[in-house]
Design a protein around this ligand. Structure first.
Ligand code: DQA
Length: 149
């Protein structure tokens, strides 16, 4: 079965590299996407990338995904993690393996970041490992799909 993963990134992640590098690292989003693509190629997984600063565009992108077998979603909703009922609702409709990721450990940061509204609608959360949070999530989705989850 062909495994196909959609990666969705939220606001300000397009500025990675120059955005608070002491928190988010020096890699650009392009650098991170290349690492993810290389990892997926080795595992023969197909991967697509989407980034938007606009909440409604992220909802639209989630709605484009369907419940087809072999599909998975990795989402870093960035600041919308802490505010968006619309993204939570869109994720709740989708019945494929879904993982929320963050570059930073949100539970080690300001109190307002320690609450994720979207966690309730995902299978798991990976945070605090920098760009490798995405890599671990790819691995987790691969295993979930192969195990029939
Ligand atoms: C983030 C954490 C969020 O709190 C923040 O708003 C981001 C990035 C992360 O990847 O660590 O933009 O999702």
């Amino acid at each position: 079965m062909l495994i196909k993963i959609q990666i969705i990134n939220g606001p300000n992640l397009n500025l990675l590299g120059k955005r608070e590098p002491e928190i988010y690292g020096k890699m650009t989003l392009e650098d991170i996407n290349i690492k993810i693509k290389d990892f997926c190629d080795k595992k023969k997984i197909s991967v697509d990338f989407f980034q938007s600063n606009i909440e409604g565009e992220i909802v639209n992108e989630i709605q484009k995904l369907n419940d087809q077998k072999g599909r998975g979603l990795i989402i870093n909703a960035a600041a919308f993690t802490h505010t968006s009922v619309a993204i939570l609702d869109a994720l709740s409709i989708l019945k494929i393996p879904k993982i929320e990721i963050h570059l930073s450990n949100i539970y080690k940061r300001e109190e307002f970041r320690q609450k994720s509204l979207i966690s309730k609608s995902v299978d798991g959360i990976i945070c605090g490992f920098g760009f490798e949070s995405y890599i671990y999530a790819v691995d987790a989705i691969d295993k979930m799909i192969k195990n029939g989850n």
